[in-house]
Design a protein around this ligand. Structure first.
Ligand code: GLU
Length: 480
């Protein structure tokens, strides 16, 4: 049975890059029938916060990526928070001490700093000297008796090479002697990242580790630990980094990096899913707009690229617009409702629920993120005094009044009309006056809305209703 894990540290709100890692784990799992595991890596007690775990869970749920197992759903491999797994780390330390793979290291931060400075001065890559590995039993016992603080260090064999066979990047060879012995358990008893990850990946029977490329340099250390613990090394797949437009690693400098911020702007989960799936992967048929099911059906790791993927907000926004344009009137209305400002709600209080829906739908094609609904509903929220001020400021052309008078006459004569009938009336005026569409549409739009642009005329006039339109037309004509 294949098992993959997603192992975020709850030290911040869910980041776009972290969400992409979770997504690719899910894509792989669906394609292979693997189980997905969420492991919360909260050993950094000072920086971890349960609120961030909640934010991570909410972001995953929003995009339909709730893992099969995790703190929310025990699956026989728990607990799923590292802070609750101390007994596992302790047992592994004891095993590695007993088998001679690990040792007490009494070096202080200052000792290690001096070693590092020495290496820097000689322009050599820094590798821990391993001096505590050679302490005599007497000295070691004396230090322990003195209660000197110590860490547990793992001894990395110096000879040979360690090969990482990455499913995306191919074989990468690391020289063992450049890895150096590393800390497994700190002096406060907390496990190091590299150690905890391996102990957990073994205990949770993880078969595939899919994570960001920034972890490649940790992988040889982890592989030596798997060997020392007598476990099968899982397969590794390191995803390309997400970059900003300037090709440096995506950061706050480039704009919003928190998933919550995108949700609040009105990006749809489906669009985000679609866009993030293309950050480092492409479909064999080059299809771009894909539902989750279409993506699951096409995904394989061999089409994940090695080079960094640029996060392009313009493209994400465009894609979001594509999803919005495919929404039905009622779906769109349900989606935008929570985004309407209090002021806009208030200004449109006289509308019925159906008129509200029609009003929102009439501007659907202008909206690329749901929050933009507030910019486009202005046509419905403008008060009569603002409307009068706007029309008073217009420089009317000689033909405009002819058009407006003809439209007002038709409007009054026909009574309440369907949107199609309104279109028909305007078309008749175009034919009768021979003025061309632009010279007919523009004055009608201005005389009824006070705005130069807006939704389809028939759509908003239909929402305005018969009386409001007639009142506005008359008002414009009388003001001349
Ligand atoms: N907690 C690590 C991170 O957030 C997990 C890395 C891994 O997947 O091994 O980067």
């Amino acid at each position: 049975m294949m098992r993959v894990r997603f192992a975020p540290s709850p030290t911040g709100n869910l980041h776009i890059g972290t969400l992409r890692t979770a997504l690719f784990n899910q894509l792989f799992a669906k394609a292979q029938g693997a189980t997905t595991v969420l492991r919360i890596e909260d050993t950094d007690l000072a920086r971890s916060n349960p609120a961030y775990e909640t934010s991570i869970m909410a972001g995953l749920a929003w995009m339909g990526l709730t893992p099969d197992e995790g703190p929310h759903h025990e699956g026989g491999y728990g607990p799923y928070r590292q802070s609750e797994r101390m007994a596992f780390y302790r047992a592994a330390v004891d095993r590695l001490m007993a088998s001679g793979h690990a040792y007490f290291c009494f070096c202080s931060a200052a000792d290690l700093e001096a070693e590092r400075a020495d290496a820097d001065a000689q322009k050599k890559p820094y590798v821990y000297s391993g001096k505590c590995r050679h302490l005599s039993v007497e000295i070691r016992d004396a230090y322990l008796a003195q209660k000197r603080p110590y860490t547990y260090k793992f001894h990395v064999p110096i000879e040979g090479e360690i090969m990482v066979s990455d499913l995306i990047r191919g074989d990468i060879v690391f020289e063992s002697r450049l890895i150096g012995d590393f800390v497994m358990m700190k002096s406060d008893g907390m496990p190091s990242y590299n150690f905890a990850v391996v102990v957990d990946d073994i205990a949770m029977a993880i078969t595939h580790v899919i994570r960001g490329e920034d972890h490649i340099s940790n992988t040889p250390k982890q592989i030596t630990l798997f060997h020392a613990l007598g476990a099968t090394v899982p397969a590794f797949a390191h995803l390309p980094m997400i970059l900003g437009p300037d090709k440096s690693k995506l950061s706050k400098r480039h704009g919003a990096t928190n998933v919550t911020e995108y949700r609040e702007q009105g990006f749809l989960a489906e669009a985000m899913f679609n866009y993030l799936s293309l950050l480092g992967w492409s479909s064999p048929d080059d299809k771009e707009i894909m539902t989750p099911d279409e993506t699951f059906a096409r995904f394989s790791l061999d089409r994940v690229s090695k080079s960094g993927a640029v996060f392009d907000l313009t493209k994400l926004t465009w894609m979001n617009g594509q999803y919005i344009r495919a929404m039905s009137s009622s779906d769109f209305y349900q989606a935008v409702r929570p985004f309407l400002t209090e002021d806009n709600r208030h200004a449109m209080a006289s509308l019925t629920e159906k008129q509200w829906e029609d009003a929102c739908f009439s501007v659907r094609d202008n909206v690329e993120t749901l929050i933009q609904i507030n910019d486009y509903v202005t046509v419905y929220t403008m008060s009569d005094p603002s409307f009068q001020a706007a029309t008073a400021a217009v420089t009317w052309q000689a033909t405009d009044m002819t058009v407006i008078a003809a439209f007002a006459a038709g409007w009054e004569a026909q009574g309440p009309m369907t949107a199609e009938a309104i279109d028909g009336l305007i078309a008749t005026i175009v034919t009768q006056t021979g003025l061309g569409k632009g010279k007919v549409y523009k004055p009608i739009r201005l005389a009824t809305s006070g705005l130069g642009t807006g939704p389809h005329i028939a759509a908003y006039l239909h929402v305005f209703g018969h009386d409001k339109v007639l009142r506005r037309l008359r008002r414009t004509l009388e003001a001349q």
